[in-house]
Design a protein around this ligand. Sequence first.
Ligand code: NDP
Length: 282
Amino acid sequence: MTATFLGIHTGSFSSPAAGNPTVVMVEASYRHHGIDARYLNCEVAPGALKDAVRGARAMGWAGFNCSLPHKVAIIDHLDRLAKSAEVIGAVNTVVATHGELVGHNTDGQGFVESLRTVVDPAGLEVVVLGAGGAARAVAVETALAGAARVTVVNRTERRGAELARLVTDGTGVPAASVPWDQPYAVPTTTDVVVHATSVGFGNGDAMVALELDSLREGLVVADVVVSPPRTALLRAAEERGATTLDGLGMLVGQGALAVRHWTGIEPDRDVMRTAAIAALRI
Ligand code: NDP
């Protein structure tokens, strides 16, 4: 009797799990590359996370994503963390490696991959608007990619200062925080501005408090907001001659890097982007 290959098992643990675009994106890449793998979108309540991880271990899953609300809590159930996940203090991708479950954070790496399609952040001055989960991943990974300086601009000053400290202590890259109590004028020395607040999610007309005329030719303006991808900020930046980058590239990048970890293949980003656009109906 020949042995039956049972395929690669992967998935996502989150709550609420419905509407997660990564499922469609990852499944599309498995199909496109002819990989015998599945991605299961699992509704996992906070109290069930430990058992869900034990289940994945017991069933020999190649790994899984974890999304809200598990990105920090998952750390207690893993064997170790990769460098950037350790600095960021959050995990979105778990990889089974030689009997261990290793926590990675591909959100920031996905952002840097997307950023590199327009500019390499090495040696550049970067401004990050926001200090939540997405901003942490972007600020840390941009610093690890060699940014010269990171400035964090956040509404709640304490959180901004914490993130700036995290970047400096965790990566050695100089970082500072700036209070955001009036429209922020992007300094003329800035090369890249990344909008990573939740403003604009689900509302293409919502705009963060910025001096719009500080957006200029030669500046890269990136937004992490995925839906809708053409945010008011990106439209304003485009009108003023800046180079713009939407949040879809980060979404695709984080998923593609997870697929690479689990399967060893380099997935086609265009296939994943098309699937994400269809899933999000954008
Ligand atoms: P968090 O809740 O962790 O952080 C929200 C951030 O937005 C905080 O810095 C908060 O500031 C700030 N904020 C909220 N409202 C305002 C406002 N009115 N004015 C100024 N700042 C404000 O959210 P996440 O970091 O998880 O998500 C942020 C965005 O990133 C969402 O749109 C999310 O969908 C997107 N995202 C995109 C990804 C991608 O792959 N493209 C991946 C992950 C997230 P304060 O500290 O003062 O409250």
